[in-house]
Design a protein around this ligand. Structure first.
Ligand code: GDP
Length: 297
């Protein structure tokens, strides 16, 4: 599935409505901006980001000295490309690279770990998946099934074990086994923020102690179909433990791809991949420029 196909419903929603907006206005005026704000909010850009984005577009139009709707598409595309230009931290990594996977249950975290592991396998990497979300036996089994399917090795303990112990042992396995990359799954239930912080901090400390520099990346998985919930989860996890990257799942099923814009504007955390389906191949690297084109091109 290509990004443009995955985004078909978002395109219909945003592009279709923006086209109609442009067609119905001889020039860009106050009413135009109001209607634009409404379209953005409907597409799940969110209230605050929609206001902000409209403000920035007004400024861009003013600077360009244009009130011609025909010029608007370019302005919007340029603005989106600017928004997505979040700096990506790329640190030098001594293998194994350790990737902490965070996010609440149901967002597609397990599937995303499988997809990322599959990508790494396709690049010829030796991959370990560690089940440090020890809450449900079924979830551990599910992760193991995926690990087998994508050709990754798997480390787990029985349900109810200390997640930090899983992380500890997995690091031994990874260091001794010459692994290139380790994906560490973490608790997906949204209990109190304090518990969540403590558990994640404990895992981080263990990883760091075992392998200085680890975890090299903390990847938050959020579900595009949950709109504003995805934003509150991002805020929570970012405050609790810091988020380096975001993977946005289920962008195929939703007409509300505007969430991509909201995440970029509110947090400045780069979205590195988007999920466009349930299979291991259904993961696309995310590029803001491409996204802007897919949306508007
Ligand atoms: P977890 O509880 O966060 O680990 O979620 P799972 O990985 O088990 O996924 C929950 C459901 O979402 C499953 O039915 C997945 O097949 C589905 N899913 C995950 N990612 C995507 C995606 O990008 N697109 C679609 N359409 N479904 C997805």
């Amino acid at each position: 599935l290509k990004l443009t196909e995955g985004l078909a419903r978002t395109r219909e929603q945003i592009t279709g409505r923006i086209d109609a907006l442009l067609a119905s206005h001889g020039r860009i005026d106050a009413q135009f901006w109001e209607e634009l704000e409404e379209i953005l909010i409907m597409a799940d850009v969110g209230f605050e980001p929609a206001m902000q984005l409209t403000g920035r577009l007004k400024e861009r139009a003013r600077k360009a000295g244009t009130d011609d709707p025909a010029a608007f598409r370019d302005l919007l595309r340029e603005e989106l490309q600017d928004i997505f230009r979040a700096p990506r931290r790329i640190a030098a990594v001594t293998p194994p690279e350790v990737v902490l996977m965070i996010g609440v249950n149901g967002v597609g975290k397990t599937t995303t770990i499988a997809k990322l592991a599959h990508r790494a396998r396709m690049q010829g990497k030796k991959v370990l998946i560690a089940a440090a979300d020890t809450f449900r036996a079924a979830a551990i089994e599910q992760l193991e099934v995926w690990a087998k399917r994508v050709g990754a090795d798997f480390h787990a303990k029985s349900a109810g074990s200390d997640p930090a112990a899983v992380a500890f042992e997995a690091m031994d396995v990874a260091l001794e086994g010459g692994y290139d990359i380790v994906f560490v799954d973490t608790a997906g239930r949204l209990h109190t923020k304090v518990n969540l912080m403590e558990e994640l901090h404990k895992i981080r400390r263990i990883l760091e102690r075992k392998h200085p520099g680890a975890p090299h990346r903390s990847i938050l998985v959020i579900d595009a179909t949950t709109g504003q919930n995805a934003l509150s989860q991002t805020k929570l996890f970012n405050e609790a433990c810091g988020v380096d990257e975001i993977v946005l799942t289920k962008l195929d099923g939703t007409a509300k791809g505007g969430i991509v814009v909201a995440v970029a504007m509110q947090f400045g955390i780069p979205i590195t991949f988007v999920g466009l389906g349930e299979k291991m191949e259904d993961l696309r690297p995310f590029d803001g420029g491409d996204f802007a084109l897919a949306l508007l091109g």
